[in-house]
Design a protein around this ligand. Structure first.
Ligand code: XMP
Length: 556
């Protein structure tokens, strides 16, 4: 199992079976929290699609694709009661795939309201089978899985689902059971070589798909989903970052009233967007706390001050806690110990600062939708423990702060769009992730001021050259690591004995897997020459060509 973290550092990292608490986890154990549902970014009056989650590995993708079509959607457990669904006033339902067979004892079924509410329903894979099974059709059990590409041929080219699509399209299959008898009123809208009923539909907008439209392998999948959303459910695609900002500003104002909000700024995208959004809503009622732990990249601290204090004119308390962090890190070589110590020290500094404020009522956090989803889906019962921990804030002892999480319904790419809409620069919004423990986990072995200085200089060269080569945004992360090896070299007439720096650059979608980036040799050459010339204690540079798995992105 592997859970990782966003750049805000407000997250837990789990690798193997080891849970690593960051300061927020420690905080929750100490103080607990209250949350404020009215400020959590709930959708209000907009058009909403409800995706019922039957446990497919692809279900988060379904939600993303729907959002990419500019339609708001929520992914909820398949057995969510109607009282929770009714306020969303859904324009349609999507039943996700899942690992079960409808014939398994206790197999999950769709709640009756799905078929009674008279709005369109799209069943995907297991969602289609459960629809057939519950509405009086028959599902053929199968021991074999059909897995991979197939070609879908339409029976009914006039079907709204296929609007503007070619008559035959490649699709991605991953299923065991199939529907062999449709429920009354349904007809087959399309077939593949193996499945005579690859798509079924009736006149009330109920549709079943045997294939997965949400995966990238189904080339026209998003088009098919868009047809369902726009032409069958009647959605208009009004879910835009601009609307989101306007609505959230109102909500935050209503929730906060004349109260005071505190927010920890890390320099990462999520906390930057949260702070800017809240600042737009309540101005000086927001105070941001930026803890400089001395483990940041070169110029990071100044950049945060520039953007938030000088340009956006926010109340910003900056604390230079470098000495405290370095003192705590002295003698520590174990990576998980480093994380614990950094998390613990952060919370101490944060508490001290918060306690100096006259009063505060709310703590703002950059929790994102993937965290929320993972904590509620049936497939992720184990993950929910992690999530409830790491989403909770470091609450000063003498304050009961309520939590505001205005981004909790957004995916990362939506957060970026919201950031741009709020006027944050592309540089800020498209920043590569940076781990909370910072450069400490990129120095192998003990962290010292001298090593930090060397790593910062080497890292600066990497960043600089990658940006000059216009590759920064194509890479998930690119950075330098100060290894614990030293090597012999020769410079001029002198023998040298210096640090070995490793350069790491990876491409990735979500950090769960990653590939080493095929950087041009010339670029690598420039990086190497500059590091050795510009960083006195370094005399050798190597390039890390390990993918994840089996490696991880960070070295520690
Ligand atoms: P790994 O090294 O596990 O990293 O492949 C995956 C992603 O998580 C980031 N990372 C962290 N972020 N605190 C953080 O805030 C941490 O302790 C931490 N460890 C790893 C890493 O930079 C990458 O984006």
């Amino acid at each position: 199992m592997e859970r990782t973290v966003d750049e805000s550092g407000l997250r837990v990292s789990v690798s193997g079976d080891v849970e690593v608490a960051t300061y927020l986890e420690i905080a929750e154990e100490k103080y607990g929290h209250e949350s404020v549902p009215s400020a959590d970014g709930a959708p209000g009056a907009q058009e909403t699609i409800v995706v019922l989650d039957f446990g497919s590995q692809y279900n988060m993708l379904i939600a993303r694709r729907v959002r990419e079509c500019r339609v708001y959607c929520e992914l909820v457990p398949f057995d969510t009661p109607w009282e929770q669904i009714a306020p969303l006033n859904p324009k349609g339902f999507i039943l996700s795939g899942g690992p079960a067979s409808v014939y398994d004892p206790g197999a999950p079924v769709a709640p009756a309201y799905v078929f009674e509410s008279k709005v369109p329903v799209l069943g995907i894979c297991y969602g289609m089978q459960v629809m057939a099974h519950q509405l009086g059709g028959r599902v053929a059990p199968s021991d074999k899985r059909e897995y991979g590409h197939a070609v879908l041929h339409q029976n009914d080219e006039a079907a709204a689902l296929f609007k503007d699509l070619p008559a035959s399209v490649p699709v991605w299959m991953s299923h065991g059971d199939t529907v062999d008898e449709m429920p009354p009123g349904f007809r087959s809208l399309a077939y593949t070589d193996n499945s005579p009923i690859a798509v079924m539909g009736n006149d009330s907008g109920m549709i079943g798909l045997q294939f997965h439209p949400e995966v990238a392998h189904t080339e026209h999948g998003k088009h098919i989903l868009r047809n369902f959303l726009y032409d069958i459910c009647g959605c208009s695609g009004a879910w835009t970052p601009g609307n989101f900002v306007a609505e959230q500003v109102e909500r935050i104002r209503a929730t906060v009233g004349s109260g005071r909000v505190i927010c920890a700024l890390s320099g990462g995208v999520d906390s930057a967007v949260v702070a800017t959004l809240i600042h737009q809503a309540v101005g000086d009622q927001l105070t941001c706390i930026f803890v400089d732990n001395g483990l940041l990249r070169r110029e990071e601290g100044e950049r945060v001050l520039d953007v938030f204090k000088r340009n956006l004119k926010m109340n910003l308390i900056q604390v230079d806690a470098t000495d405290r962090f370095l003192a705590r890190l002295a003698g520590i070589v174990d990576p998980e110990r480093k994380r614990m110590v950094i998390g613990d020290e952060f919370i101490k500094v944060f508490e001290e600062q918060a306690a100096k404020m006259e009063h505060a009522d709310f703590l703002a956090q950059g929790t994102l939708y993937p965290d929320v989803i993972e904590s509620v889906t049936p497939e992720n019962k184990a993950a929910s423990k992690i999530k409830t921990h790491h989403n909770v804030g470091g609450l000063p002892k003498n304050m009961r702060l309520a939590l505001i999480e205005p981004l909790r319904n957004l995916f990362k790419d939506e957060v970026r769009e919201v950031g741009l809409t709020l006027g944050l620069s592309e540089e800020m919004v498209y920043r590569q992730p940076f781990p909370g423990p910072g450069l400490a986990i990129r120095i192998i072995g003990e962290v010292t001021a001298e090593k930090l200085e060397a790593l910062r200089a080497a890292d600066w060269v990497v960043m600089n050259e990658i940006k000059k080569a216009k590759l920064y945004r194509d890479l998930w992360q690119s950075f330098a690591v100060l290894t614990s090896s030293s090597s012999v070299g020769v410079m001029g007439d002198h023998r040298t004995y210096g640090h070995v720096v490793a350069v790491r650059a990876v491409t990735s979608e979500d950090a769960m897997t990653a590939d080493w980036a095929r950087l041009p040799y010339d670029l690598l050459g420039r990086i190497s020459t500059r590091i050795v010339n510009e960083v006195p204690s370094v005399n050798r540079v190597v390039y890390d060509i390990t993918s994840k798995p089996p490696g991880t992105i960070e070295w520690e």
